[in-house]
Design a protein around this ligand. Structure first.
Ligand code: C2E
Ligand code: MG
Ligand code: MG
Length: 634
């Protein structure tokens, strides 16, 4: 509805207002109650204001009724009828009482709401009798006297009352009694079931995660605050920060809908791991948290973490895909001795950081010193960024020897970082940092180009091997980068070998396999690196026809010992030979290991026995001199 504002000088600008207009025949005036539309921020406010308008009208009616001696009975009856029609047509229940607490008007919605008899709920009936009738019919179960007296007392002091009650069928009813200036009062009775539900829904949305229906970060903090206060002497509380490993790759490879399904599944399983007093929450993205309460022994926490791992690691069926996933978990414990909430959360975060730093798929309890380690790691990250832009990194090359003919068949490019103060830093230290921060893409790109350009200068029979991190592997541009590096260097694709680890294949996702096939189509060779570490499942060998398996040095180290290493190496060699794959033994340091590997049928060896990783200039000289040596020996 649009009204003219009626303000001087405003006549040209109609103002949007919302309101109600009632014609009151009794005094032949129009009563318009209007409010600016911007003020009626919600339907409820509007309804509230309409009700107020009605109260104003009714107040006038009462005043007018008191002057009824001036009106003829006939006219009065007509007015009453009109008013009855009007009040019966508003959705709220309405009862108008006079100063002696007798009903003047009681509308139909009121009668219907409480299932009352119109023979009782009618003008002239006392409030006491009305409430008594409600008690008889089951919509009131309090003390009638006390209830009526309290309301009559309050309204007679000129104050309004507001109560919530329940109507048959479990509906929520709000009753407001507003005193009238002319004496008596008006009771409005509103069914607020829907409004209450909407309020509850809004409150729920503010505190729960929409996807998993677990408490969100806000409610998690509240619950933690309560739980910290409730820690009993001799007991502890644990906060778990849980981060789903490589969740991004599920999202990227399989789409967000499946990513969401996975998160929902994780949420459900987490909930099932906990006892009633514990709390599981989703803090956002792939981050979950758990509050474990009432811990008497640390073993209870270890037990819970094991239960969580068992639940998360069991495959999830998401829209036709079977997805396996894993998690890094950081745990911080608190006893009731006043460890503050933020410090506890920081500790859990540091412990999570520690678990990630230890290669993910694992959990760590917070330990003093983690803070310092995290700081050192952040410093390393900054310095690494600097080294990339300053050219502080270098590619070294380690030759790989063919056991049959003694020739160098390939050289593996291994990154070296010459730190201005700390000297050489091992890639084992900085590659995980680069992977965590995404710097690995830049680093990997650089190594690929540098190694291809270098290998283009080597004898044609010597290949170059480049390590590719699972993080790089997930980038859609890997195949493109490889093709570009080959084109720029002029190196034949068959002379480039990419080393990937099992981590690439751990997730049963088609994206990784597709990428492997794309790379294979380019003509490059694919080697499975560090075989035997981590998950070491022979099933990975069936998923993709690798050209080479590199057996991890942990097996080579124990080769001559009493353990099962030699039979494992033998098994891998047999499987590889049956599928036309070559095998390279890593970390060969002794003649004895070399001889054993030869007997076991291993194809190649790599290790300090022949040469460590050396600079580009040194490898060029080594390749020439070694070839000359082998040829002259033959
Ligand atoms: P890797 O790919 O398994 O590389 C072999 C590692 O074993 C190298 O360590 C090498 O120096 C070491 N090694 C070789 N022979 C022996 C031996 O006889 N005994 C012992 N104890 N060790 C030996 P490095 O260079 O420290 O590299 C460690 C890991 O860092 C590599 O393991 C690889 O996973 C990663 N890395 C190195 N360069 C790169 C790179 O350019 N990109 C990526 N993504 N990862 C890299
Ligand atoms: Mg390698
Ligand atoms: Mg290796």
């Amino acid at each position: 509805m649009t009204f003219d504002s009626g303000m001087p000088g405003d006549s040209a600008k109609p103002v949007e207002k919302t309101g109600t207009v009632r014609r009151l025949a009794l005094c032949a005036v129009l009563i318009a109650v209007a409010i600016l539309a911007g003020m009626a921020t919600s339907a409820w406010e509007l309804r509230e204001r309409v009700l107020l308008a009605l109260v104003v009208i009714l107040a006038l009616v009462v005043a007018l009724l008191q002057r009824r001696h001036r009106l003829s009975d006939q006219r009065l009856a007509a007015e009453r009828r009109q008013l009855t029609v009007a009040v019966n047509n508003i959705p709220q229940g309405l009862v108008l009482y006079d100063a002696s607490a007798r009903i003047v008007i009681c509308n139909q919605p009121y009668i219907d709401m409480f299932g009352l008899s119109p023979d009782v709920a009618k003008p002239g009936c006392t409030m006491h009798r009305l409430i008594e009738h409600r008690k008889e019919t089951g919509s009131f179960d309090g003390d009638v006297d006390a209830f009526c007296n309290a309301i009559i007392r309050t309204v007679s002091l000129g104050k309004a009352t507001r109560q919530l009650t329940e109507a048959p069928g479990g509906r929520a009813i709000e009753i407001v009694n507003r005193p009238l200036n002319a004496g008596g009062w008006v009771a409005t009775i509103e069914d607020i079931t829907e409004r209450t539900r909407a309020d509850e829904k809004i409150a729920h949305l503010a505190h729960y995660d929409g996807l998993t229906d677990l408490p969100n970060r806000l409610l998690f903090r509240e619950r933690l605050e309560q739980a910290l206060k409730a820690v009993r002497p001799g007991e502890q509380l644990a906060v778990f920060y849980i981060d789903i490993d490589e969740f991004k790759s599920v999202n990227d490879a399989l789409g967000h809908a499946i990513g969401d399904e996975l998160l929902k599944g994780v949420g459900e399983r987490l909930r099932l791991c906990l006892k009633d007093t514990d709390v599981a929450a989703r803090l956002g993205g792939d981050e979950f948290a758990v509050i474990q309460t009432g811990i008497k022994k640390q073993a209870e926490t270890t037990q819970l973490v094991e239960g969580i791992y068992a639940a998360i690691r069991a495959p999830f069926a998401c829209a036709g895909h079977l997805i396996t996933t894993d998690a890094s978990i950081g745990i911080a414990l608190a006893s009731g001795d006043g460890l503050d909430l933020d410090q506890l959360l920081r500790n859990a975060d540091l412990a999570l950081y520690g678990a990630k730093g230890d290669g993910r798929r694992t959990y760590r309890f917070f330990e003093v010193g983690m803070d310092a380690r995290a700081k050192a790691r952040r410093a390393l990250e900054l310095e690494l960024r600097q080294a990339i832009s300053d050219g502080g990194l270098e590619a070294y090359y380690q030759p790989v020897l063919n056991l049959e003919d003694g020739m160098v068949s390939s050289c593996e490019a291994l990154l070296r970082w010459r730190h201005p103060e700390r000297g050489m830093i091992s890639p084992a230290e900085f590659i995980p940092v680069a992977e965590e921060t995404g710097l690995i893409n830049e680093l990997g790109h650089w190594v690929l180009n540098t190694a291809c350009a270098e290998a283009a200068n080597w004898p044609a029979e010597v290949r170059v091997a480049v390590n590719v991190s699972p993080v790089q592997f997930r980038s859609q541009t890997l195949a493109l980068n490889v093709a570009a590096a080959l084109a720029a260097s002029g190196l034949a694709a068959s002379r480039l070998e990419l080393e990937i680890t099992e981590a690439v294949l751990i997730r049963d996702d088609d994206g990784a396999l597709q990428m492997l096939h794309q790379l294979r189509k380019l003509g490059v060779r694919i080697a499975l690196d560090d075989f035997g570490t981590g998950y070491s499942s022979l099933s990975y060998l069936q998923r993709f026809p690798f050209d080479k398996i590199k057996i991890d040095r942990s097996f080579i180290r124990d080769l001559a010992g009493a353990g099962a290493s030699s039979s494992i190496v033998q098994a891998v060699v047999n499987i590889a030979a049956a599928s036309d794959m070559t095998t390279t033994a890593e970390g060969v340091e002794t003649e004895q290991q070399r001889n054993l590997l030869y007997i076991l049928g291993c194809t190649e060896i790599q290790g300090f026995l022949f040469s460590p990783a050396i600079t580009a200039g040194e490898i060029r000289r080594l390749l020439l001199s070694h070839r000359a040596k082998v040829v002259s020996a033959a």
